[in-house]
Design a protein around this ligand. Structure first.
Ligand code: ADP
Ligand code: MG
Length: 693
């Protein structure tokens, strides 16, 4: 149960005055939630000083002025170009309010002659007269204090004014309770932190630009609280998994021997090292949960297979989950072929498979005839019952969250889990997102891989490219043609791909195919199949081919408008033509205008084939908003913390969380109780409840 003290913050924002159903939608979209706490975590990014207030005859023009005036006269415009004017005054002089867009009636109602009003806005001098056009505030005297301050400026959306946000925020701040301190008192002193409540109040009432800085004390405190909640959850999860009894799984390795004989290559030492880590997880008495990072082409599939074989030989079942049907099928082909030679049973299960076939597959799974089940997330619906599932591999799904991993670990009979990804993950992200897992890296590519030759050239060379492509295709090559990614609009994305497809068809005829994200899964499959068997030799594609697709015969790749992609994404794409032992060629075609930074970025692609290096460079060279394809990097997962500035706090929070739980694993002490409130406040409670068990 959520601690009662939090109830006011978990109320809906529609309990605030002045929000109504129209604003409710706009505001909750803006702040990413509908609770008072969501509102309070929406922080200002700028400020406007409205404290300048003097008698009218002393006003300096160009400044934002706030003052009390008497309304004297309304002057309606004589021509359309003139503004509606309202003459106001104090004891020293007149000031004119101009309205170019207005409703006469509402102005008359809002500013009746003889009334006194607080006005705030930018002053200007025109026709010998001090004036304000469209004042920011027109209000009753009673609101003077609210207006005559340094005003925080919030990120807004069309239809929601800053005034609106402030009015809501003002009410929301009143609901902030006094929490028992959850930080270590000594640490709080050392850091010069205020309490959570004081910090949040100050953040919403900045007095100088310093207060907006992510490294200000108040913002650091809030960031720390959020990071601590995150690290506590992960630490709880880690302890939970370590404590959770699993089964000790160990085989003689006969199946592994058999597989190695038919593979025709030796495992790299990196693959062997990672396999050892997995075998240890399997052998130990707790439930293993491990993240495996290995660059494209580092050979993760074999590692998955060998560790599944270990479970199978020991008499259990294993499952492999892929993110899409195409990839699941591809795994079935590779793994199915190996399995057949070794003499074990593999099945594929996707949501597409229905009726009698499905019943059959489920039956065989339940009675243990199937050793390895491959599929999409449909694998883990309730109807899928294993006889004795002991090992799960999740392929290319690093975006899988803590809770999803937890659900998975509850499938089968205490299975060990391995999550594999080709995405280079920075250390901070390993800590925040995967902190509940152990981590291994396949840090070596198989020997003998030919590098990909990468060339950077302008799109104006497309005709030459097509000519060269013709020669290559005649010599038996197969090529991917990747079309630009336009995030704002999937439609134009698609239109570009279709246009390119039609254009290439004119040159090459039937041997050109097209795949894109809007196609049905089986349509995509059919095209991929044709590309694989050679009926199609040029495959025009959007980024659907990015992850895991494995067609060894394809050695050419042309990426159109390459400057629109992130380096990591280009790397993943290019990885598609690095599967075999033939030299690949990758052409990066850029459009104009190309900035200096963008040019540099593309050139980095010529230099390196190291995913980690490229990911780092990608961050270094990221010109403001230049790259469209980087949103998926997933850095923006916190509301108050920003890892660009708060990395050190993250490391401290990590240690803090470990210490807290070492001393007080069930959060029973006084500080423990306060920390529980913190977990609920940042909605980390469901994890806590599960991991407590
Ligand atoms: P990824 O890690 O990108 O999923 P894959 O597992 O698909 O990579 O492997 C890429 C290719 O490398 C496959 O054709 C695979 O058979 C081959 N491969 C894997 N391990 C080795 C190795 N140790 N030596 C040579 N080739 C290997
Ligand atoms: Mg793979």
């Amino acid at each position: 149960m959520r601690p009662e003290i939090l109830n006011p913050l978990f109320c809906s924002i529609d309990t605030l005055k002045g929000i109504g159903s129209r604003y409710f939608k706009l505001v909750s979209n803006l702040i990413g939630g509908a609770k008072i706490s969501d509102l309070l975590f929406h922080l200002p990014y700028n400020l406007i000083d409205r404290t300048y207030s003097c008698q009218i005859n002393k006003i300096e023009t160009g400044k934002i002025w706030t003052g009390l005036v008497t309304i004297n006269e309304h002057i309606e415009p004589k021509t359309k170009k003139q503004p509606y004017r309202i003459i106001c005054s104090d004891e020293t002089g007149d000031i004119i309010l101009n309205f170019f867009k207005y409703y006469k009636d509402s102005l008359k109602k809002q500013l009746p002659v003889c009334s006194k009003k607080i006005i705030s806005g930018k002053t200007e001098f025109f026709n010998g007269q001090i004036q304000i056009s469209h004042p920011d505030y027109i209000s009753d005297q009673s609101n003077a204090d609210f207006i005559k301050t340094i005003e925080p400026v919030y990120p807004l959306t069309s239809g929601v004014s800053n005034k609106m946000m402030r009015t809501l925020m003002y009410q929301a701040l009143l609901k902030l309770p006094d929490f028992d301190e959850w930080l270590d008192e000594k640490f709080k002193k050392e850091q010069n932190f205020l309490t959570f409540k004081e910090s949040l109040m100050k953040v919403h009432n900045p007095v100088s630009a310093d207060d907006l800085n992510p490294t200000s004390k108040v913002r650091q405190r809030l960031a720390y609280d959020e990071l601590l909640a995150n690290q506590l959850t992960l630490s709880l999860a880690r302890r939970y998994h370590k404590k959770k009894e699993g089964r000790s799984i160990c085989s003689k390795g006969l199946l592994k021997e058999k597989l190695l004989k038919i593979l025709g290559f030796e495992l790299t030492s990196a693959q062997q090292k990672v396999l050892k880590d997995i075998f240890n997880d399997q052998k130990s008495n707790y439930q293993g949960l491990r993240l495996i990072q290995g660059d494209v082409g580092s050979g993760k599939t074999v590692v998955a297979m060998i560790s599944m074989l270990n479970a199978v030989e020991a008499g259990y079942q294993a499952a492999l989950m892929a993110p899409t049907e195409i990839l699941a099928k591809q795994h079935l082909e590779t793994i199915g072929a190996w399995a057949e030679q070794i003499g074990i049973k593999v099945e594929l299960l996707t949501s597409k498979i229905k009726g009698k076939k499905r019943t059959e597959i489920l039956e065989k799974l339940k009675n243990g005839q199937t050793d390895i089940l491959i599929g999409t997330h449909a694998l883990f619906t309730d109807e899928v019952i294993f006889k004795d599932l002991a090992f799960i591999v999740v392929d290319e799904q690093h975006r899988f969250g803590v809770e999803q991993r937890l659900k998975l670990s509850q499938k089968g009979n205490k299975p060990d889990i391995v999550v594999m990804t080709a995405t280079p993950i920075p250390r901070t992200l390993v800590l925040t997102r995967f902190g509940d897992m152990d981590y291994s890296k396949i840090d070596e590519l198989p020997k003998g891989r030919k590098p990909v030759i990468t060339k950077v050239m302008p799109v104006s060379k497309t005709t030459d490219v097509v000519r060269a492509l013709k020669r290559k295709i005649e010599n038996g090559a197969r090529a991917y043609w990747v079309c630009p990614l336009i995030e704002e609009s999937e439609k134009s994305d698609l239109a570009a791909a279709i246009a390119r497809f039609e254009d290439l068809q004119k040159h090459f005829g039937d041997i050109v195919g097209l795949v894109h994200g809007k196609m049905k899964e089986d349509q995509k499959d059919a095209v991929m199949e044709k590309f694989k068997n050679g009926e199609i030799k040029i495959l025009v594609a959007t980024t659907v081919i990015e992850v895991g697709v494995n067609i060894r015969q394809a050695t050419l790749m042309i990426i159109e408008r390459a400057e629109r992609f992130g380096l990591s994404q280009l790397h993943q794409l290019r990885g598609r033509i690095k599967r075999g032992y033939e030299e690949g060629v990758c052409l990066l075609l850029y459009g104009y205008p190309l900035s200096q930074t963008a040019h540099e970025r593309l050139n980095v692609m010529k230099e390196s084939e190291d995913g980690f290096y490229l990911a780092e460079k990608d961050l270094d060279l990221r010109g403001g908003g230049e790259i469209l394809g980087t949103k998926q990097s997933g850095f923006e997962e916190f509301k108050l913390a920003n890892l660009e500035f708060h990395k050190n706090l993250l490391l401290t929070a990590y240690k803090d969380a470990e210490l807290i739980l070492a001393k007080d694993p069930e959060l029973k002490s006084k500080r423990g109780q306060a920390l529980k409130v913190l977990l609920y406040l940042f909605e980390q409670d469901s994890a806590f409840l599960t991991y407590k068990a």
